[in-house]
Design a protein around this ligand. Sequence first.
Ligand code: PNS
Length: 162
Amino acid sequence: MRIAICPGSFDPITNGHLDIIKRTAEIYDKVIVGVLNNSAKNPVFTAEERGKMIGMVIKDIPNAEVKLFSGLMVNFARNNGATVIVKGLRTVADFEYEFQMALLNKALDPDLETMFMMTDTKYSYISSSMIKEVAKYNGELEGLVPAPIIDIIRKRFREIKS
Ligand code: PNS
């Protein structure tokens, strides 16, 4: 069985992330969405909340599941029987960062491959940081993040303001 990991912070998951997860699920037998549990990044949502939101939006992808991880991603991948990491690319800036990370992960575990998947152009400008900026100023989130999590994001930003 070919198992792929789609790792990330997912603070929160966007339509761009979801598109990469869906397309990865069409290529590999199983996709594990790995949510980095890293409080040092000061996320808006806890790892549990991020994992729960992902669970809500991947529920119709039969060969996808979500798991939280901490520590090195290569260890998480190995412990889950994965042989490939799939990352989405939007821009050249993404590539520079991802290329370095792919080489480091290859040095840490030569048996683990990193595959890059180009974003669908309609999602190329979406990032979790931009979503948080839009949500902070009460902008429209429709089309940027999966519909089932819009209210959760709005609620969190209302809590932050009050
Ligand atoms: O969504 P992000 O924040 O760009 O995802 C980055 C992530 C989680 C894939 C990366 O930070 C990661 O793999 N962190 C785990 C620690 C690790 O393995 N570091 C070595 C490679 S940088």
